[in-house]
Design a protein. Structure first.
Length: 782
């Protein structure tokens, strides 16, 4: 509970991050500790690293402007420049001036405000909501659609099973159903315990791993189809099927082949509840193209032995089976295919539409398979703010090719001429692919404005940097999308003297641009928090949930909601199974589309009208692997949320020699003269980084695992000294359908570096020069 604290005494205040609910222990202006809430049975360790990062030397504590930009030096380079301190007034004038100039000279589409990223959990201070409201009211902007998480899935699934982008999550079986009815969970991409830590908006309690345990305890068997053994917790006793990354579609087609060839396929469901079964079957059996997608064929592609494939198919047919599809399998070239093929496999498995069976998306991630989603009130957005839009992962294409076009889900999108980029709550110099290419693209706009709390790679590449308050320095409330506790987020400490909230920055800019009152609606931040809580309360009342009034909630620090279990009927595929005509899906046919005439009509060779195996641009077992013999898996980090809190204790403790660890099989390491703990150089034709080798037989030979999120730290040649995998990944869309990111499709080679290696400088702030402007005069470096 918050209250006064005098020096020496500590205060406890409740807060929530995307990784859970915590108590913040503070003393005066300092955060001393961040402790998991006692009600969380399986808290994330990431919280422990928060206090030092909140007060880190690389915290941005004053508004800053890039020197070369301020001086109008067109040859100066973003990312290599010094910064000049400016007053808030000056920073607001510069930003408002540029927004006005760019809109006036080039139109609103020249302002890119996609601003993708995982800003903080609070509902009011949610930076995406703040920036989009601001830019919409300022006259419009170019937005982004879809996600880095699961773009391929969210674009292809509406064609296949209908509904919204995450329809599979809502339709998949719950853990309760799995525990009670399932015999087998086959998980493509595993169900890594590490990934269950994070839920957008915050999990008040982490329940995934205990559900997994309960299912295993009830006799459910698990198969972990993944290059990494630890993608299933040891206690699940999962069978590990290590395949070559990016080959899931071939494996799924072969499993389907066995079901068809051995008379095990549920042809009744396939003909009654799906469309296109005949054509899909003919493709799988090789009748239409002369290649049977049988286990021998798939074994050559996936590296999984023929017998293993045959046996797994028979086990699937013999049990109530969940076909779980992790999001990682679609962050690949042709990433639409494994989701489509996975649903086809589930449709033929005999379990689709029965309790505890059928396809699931992202079970094991983000508390899926537990409860239904809540309708939480958000900051209102004016209509029509986005005057143009791009698929989110096509940002570098947009910056490099103004006027160029991109195919996307049946449309052709023309890239605007981007003059101003405005980011709040994301780190593109962590999340985007081929960062060397993004570096070049990022030099193109006239102006880049960034809100950040820390001198990360994106803040260093901005022209105007607004230093913003962290979650611990603001009042807010949180309710994870599928959660059962609404939590208060009390301001634990004040922000540093010259730091403001995102909202305060936008409110001040709005005032300068003449729509201050419209933006704030006359409410203070605290009044907005209350307002959004009241609106949430109102919405939940319509669902029969009675929340306390704001004051009582704020005092108590949290309020419980009744658990919202999804109907235990096998999800909406159950009604499809019993009555396909009476309970149609929202697809053109009303059924599962094994063949989609809509997608076929787009005429995309890289995403035809049914699930097929298409060669990715690179993979193990092909000629490309002769030069770069290891497949790089850049998965989600166990010790942080992407790049967030990389400098915190938990992430730092995981580094090897101060660099991001790369997991290698001992055989691959031996062949390259690499020992455990060595600094290594990972490289391909796109770039290179350094990392610290960790040898383990928990990765498949031929695979190297370097988690995403190490703060990008390029030297003068663009070699990342710290180990950010996105210097190595390729910036190509999944296909013309979704244009999603393909970070998973990456071959590399690795070698030892020897002793002479540069130090990591990711956490050293850039050079800052103090400007001492006489009042009213232009800032100049001294
Ligand atoms: N190679 C590879 N690349 C990947 C992935 C992968 O698996 N492999 N995964 C992809 C995926 S799934 C995702 S979702 C993306 C994630 O990409 P991002 O969401 O961009 O990554 P984060 O590190 O979470 O960045 C969030 C940023 O917001 C800042 N921030 C936090 N709270 C606030 C706030 O209240 N206000 C402001 N102004 N800033 C705030 C943090 O300091 C941080 O810099 O990465 C993608 N990139
Ligand atoms: N601790 C932690 N948890 C997180 C996040 C985080 O940053 N930190 N990020 C969250 C976010 S934004 C998202 S989108 C989700 C992402 O959820 P996912 O996309 O499922 O997560 P990943 O860790 O990228 O991948 C899961 C596993 O898939 C395996 N894998 C990789 N490529 C392949 C492949 O081609 N085939 C198969 N079969 N397996 C493969 C990898 O070994 C990896 O460990 O995670 C969320 N959870
Ligand atoms: Mo994500």
């Amino acid at each position: 509970m918050s209250g006064d604290s005098s020096a020496g005494e500590t205060t406890r205040t409740p807060t929530t991050f995307h990784w859970g609910r915590y108590d913040v222990v503070s003393s005066g202006d300092r955060v001393v500790a961040v402790e998991p809430h006692p009600g969380d049975p399986d808290p994330s360790p990431v919280g422990a690293g928060v206090p030092e990062v909140n007060h880190a030397p690389y915290r941005i504590t004053r508004p800053m402007v890039r020197e070369g930009w301020l001086l109008g030096d067109r040859d100066s380079v973003r990312g290599r420049d010094r910064f000049v301190t400016v007053t808030w007034d000056r920073a607001f004038d510069l930003a408002a001036g540029e927004l006005t100039r760019v809109r006036g000279e080039h139109g609103p589409a020249a302002i890119y405000g996609g601003s993708y990223g995982w800003g903080s959990a609070g509902r009011f201070h949610h930076p995406q909501s703040q920036i989009h409201r601001f830019l919409a009211m300022a006259g419009g902007y170019t937005a982004s659609v879809n996600t880095y998480s699961f773009a391929a899935m969210e674009v292809v699934l509406p064609h296949v099973i209908g509904g919204g982008p995450t329809s599979l999550h809502e339709r998949g079986p719950t853990w309760r159903e799995i525990t009670e009815h399932a015999g087998l969970v086959v998980s493509f991409g595993g169900l890594a315990a590490k990934n269950t830590q994070m839920v957008p908006g915050g999990p008040s309690r982490h329940t995934q791993t205990s559900w997994q345990r309960a299912a295993a305890g009830a006799g459910v068997r698990f198969v972990n189809v993944s290059p990494v053994r630890d993608d299933a917790a040891a206690e699940l006793g999962a069978r590990w099927l290590p395949l070559r990354p990016g080959t899931d579609t071939a494996l799924m087609l072969a499993l389907t082949h066995v079901l068809l060839a051995e008379g095990l396929a549920d042809t009744d469901f396939a003909t009654r509840c799906c469309v296109g079964f005949d054509r899909f079957r003919d493709y799988v059996l090789g009748r239409s193209d002369g290649t049977a997608k049988d286990p021998a064929w798939a074994s050559g592609i996936t590296g999984v032995p023929e017998d293993g494939i045959r046996e797994l198919a028979r086990t699937i047919a013999a049990h109530r089976t969940v076909i779980n599809l992790a999001w990682s399998i679609q962050r690949h070239d042709h990433g639409e295919q494994p989701y489509w093929a996975g649903i086809a496999l589930a449709a033929l498995s005999g379990s689709c539409g029965l309790p505890g069976g059928g396809p699931a998306g992202g079970l094991g991630i983000a508390e899926h398979g537990t409860r239904g989603h809540r309708r939480i009130a958000a900051l209102p957005q004016p209509a029509g703010g986005a005057v143009a839009r791009i698929p989110v992962a096509r940002i570098a294409d947009m910056l490099l090719e103004p006027g160029g076009t991109v195919d996307y889900d049946g449309e052709r999108i023309t890239f605007p001429d981007t003059r101003l980029v405005y980011w709040a709550g994301g780190n593109p110099f962590h999340h985007h692919q081929d960062l060397g290419r993004l570096e070049r693209a990022w030099q193109r706009p006239d102006t880049v404005i960034v809100h950040e709390s820390w001198w990360n790679a994106t803040a260093r590449r901005a022209d105007i940097v607004f230093p913003v308050a962290t979650t611990l320095e603001r009042d807010d409330f949180a309710l994870g999308a599928a959660d059962s506790t609404i939590t208060a987020m009390h301001r634990a400490v004040p922000p540093p003297a010259d730091v403001r909230t995102d909202h305060a920055v936008f409110a001040a800019l709005a005032a300068r641009l003449g729509f201050g009152d419209r933006f704030t609606e006359g409410r203070s931040e605290r009044q907005w928090v209350r307002e959004l809580y009241d609106r949430t309360r109102e919405r939940l009342r319509a669902e029969g949930v009675d929340l306390p009034g704001f004051d009582a909630f704020w005092r108590a620090g949290s309020a419980a909601l009744p658990e919202k279990d999804m109907t235990p009927d096998g999800g909406s595929f159950a009604t499809l199974r019993t009555d396909p005509a009476g309970a149609p899906l929202a697809t053109p046919s009303g059924r599962i589309e094994l063949v989609s005439d809509t997608v076929a009509a787009f005429g995309y060779p890289d995403c035809p009208g049914m699930p097929v195996w298409l060669e990715p641009y690179e993979r193990l077992g092909t000629e490309a692997a002769e030069r770069h013999g290891l497949h790089l898996v850049s998965n989600q980090p166990k010790t942080r949320l992407h790049s967030q809190y990389d400098g915190g204790r938990i992430s730092r403790d995981s580094k090897v020699g101060g660099r991001e660890p790369v997991d290698l099989h001992p055989d691959d390491a031996r062949a390259r003269g690499i020992a455990d703990g060595d600094t290594v150089r990972i490289h391909n034709d796109r770039g290179a980084c350094l990392a610290g080798a960790r040898l383990t037989d928990a990765v498949r030979p031929g695979v190297a695992v370097l988690a995403t999120g190490a703060w990008y730290d390029p030297d003068d040649d663009g070699v990342c000294r710290h180990g950010n995998p996105n210097v190595l990944t390729r910036d190509t869309g999944t296909s013309r359908l979704a244009q999603g990111p393909t970070s998973g499709t990456t071959l590399v080679e690795i070698e030892p570096t020897g002793a002479d290696v540069p130090a990591v400088r990711a956490f050293e702030p850039p050079e800052v020069v103090e400007a001492t402007p006489p009042p009213g005069e232009v800032d100049r470096p001294v």
